[in-house]
Ligand binder design. Structure first.
Ligand SMILES: [Zn+2]
Ligand SMILES: [Zn+2]
Length: 136
């Protein structure tokens, strides 16, 4: 499926060809901190299927518990996380596009949750928390 997306301020735009089956929620502590919320949803794109259209994201390289270095790309102006990819190695790159920046994100339903050992304990009860259509 063809998708396109942008950061909040519009300085960065991209397009990609993705398989909606590869939509994953990550509950790891790094994703919680890097996203500023309690889990992160990403859509996988092969390196040759992801293309920046406008702007150049800033990259922060984090080292995971496994020692693997991951490049976390985000907009230097508005802070929106755009994607993560391997920061080293010669293998074909895989981009984990941050679902919240994808224009067609309402069409992507996560198929897998990982790092559930650090999942926030209230998340399974999300549906029972009081809801308002807007802020108030
Ligand atoms: Zn931006
Ligand atoms: Zn994670």
């Amino acid at each position: 499926m063809k998708i396109d997306g942008q950061c909040h301020c519009g300085a960065i735009t991209y397009e990609a060809e993705v398989d909606p089956e590869h939509t994953t929620i990550c509950h790891c502590a790094d994703c919680q901190t890097l996203s500023g919320t309690v889990f992160r949803t990403s859509i996988r794109a092969d390196g040759d299927k992801f293309r920046m259209l406008k702007g150049e994201p800033k990259v922060y390289v984090k080292t995971g518990d496994s020692g693997a270095k991951r490049a976390q790309a985000f907009c230097a102006n508005c802070g929106s996380p755009i994607y993560a990819t391997a920061a080293e190695g010669d293998g074909p790159k895989i981009y984990n596009i941050r679902a919240g920046t994808v224009r067609q994100r309402d069409q992507f339903v996560p198929k897998l949750q990982i790092w559930c050992r650090s999942e926030q304990q209230w998340l399974p009860r999300l549906g029972s928390i009081r809801k308002l259509e807007k802020q108030s």
